[in-house]
Design a binder for this molecule. Structure first.
Ligand code: DC
Length: 244
């Protein structure tokens, strides 16, 4: 066989496949500080997918509530405010910006005051309904990695791949501490463990869409894994589904 015929066989095989690549929906859920964001971002980059951090959307809403001096426990007022609030995730292909009412708030939503109040805001059903609509609109064409608490159970119960990430609370506190130290925030590991467990309690005990593992989700305990190992595990599962 000469070189030319090899080339034509290659072309023929490619055209048989019609260049159709399946774009799947990947749902990553799990408790606070379990490594979802870092992992989801890298998985999305590896697959050329969009990364949607749904926690960032609830954080933006919590920031607005705090800025308006409304109590996070006043569900009626928070629900009214949510109706006149726009929370968008805007991607430039490299980074996803969190935009609240037209202004970027990617940094502000990570402040401890927001972290300590976001779980309460996210228990309010009207807030959840607005966020879930937005998340479905962004994700329903596939090619997306969404991370949060209710992606595999409520937002996309038919997601092609569901991962439930876990890590013990000490490890989670250590990871969060590293992030906070880099931002100049000083907090002890014991206080971080308390804060993480309290958020998990509120997220798991709320009535609407509580944090729970979907029956068909794969549990991934990352306590002893490196980020590279976590990413590799999920990407391998995704590629298998894409190629099926
Ligand atoms: O992932 P995170 O820590 O940034 O999320 C912040 C809060 O938002 C979390 O305490 C619970 C809430 N949340 C939620 O209720 N549902 C989601 N899908 C994502 C986050």
């Amino acid at each position: 066989m000469d070189g030319n015929s090899k080339i034509s066989i290659f072309k023929f095989n490619l055209s048989e496949k019609k260049y159709v690549v399946k774009k799947i929906i990947i749902a990553i859920d799990g408790p606070a500080a379990s490594g979802k964001s870092t992992t989801a971002k890298l998985v999305a980059a590896e697959l050329g997918y969009l990364h949607i951090d749904t926690g960032a959307m609830y954080r933006a809403m919590a920031l607005k509530v705090l800025r308006n001096n409304i109590s996070v426990h006043d569900s009626k007022k928070v629900a009214e405010l949510a109706k006149v609030t726009s929370v968008r995730l805007v991607s430039n292909g490299i980074k996803v910006k969190v935009v609240l009412d037209g202004v970027e708030v990617s940094e502000e939503i990570r402040l401890p005051e927001v972290t300590n109040n976001v779980s309460a805001v996210s228990t309010i059903s009207e807030v959840r309904a607005l966020m879930v609509n937005e998340q479905r609109a962004m994700g329903n064409e596939g090619g997306i990695v969404l991370e949060g608490r209710d992606i595999g159970t409520i937002v996309f119960p038919k997601a092609h791949l569901k991962i439930f990430m876990l890590a013990n609370e000490r490890e989670r506190a250590e990871r969060r501490k590293k992030e906070l130290v880099a931002k100049g925030v000083d907090i002890t590991i014991d206080d971080l463990v308390k804060e993480i467990l309290e958020r998990d309690r509120i997220d798991s005990e709320r009535e609407v869409s509580p944090l729970r593992k979907a029956d068909d989700a794969i549990e991934l305990d990352t306590t002893k894994l490196t980020i590279e190992q976590q990413v590799e595990f999920i990407v391998a599962k995704a590629k298998k589904i894409i190629s099926e």
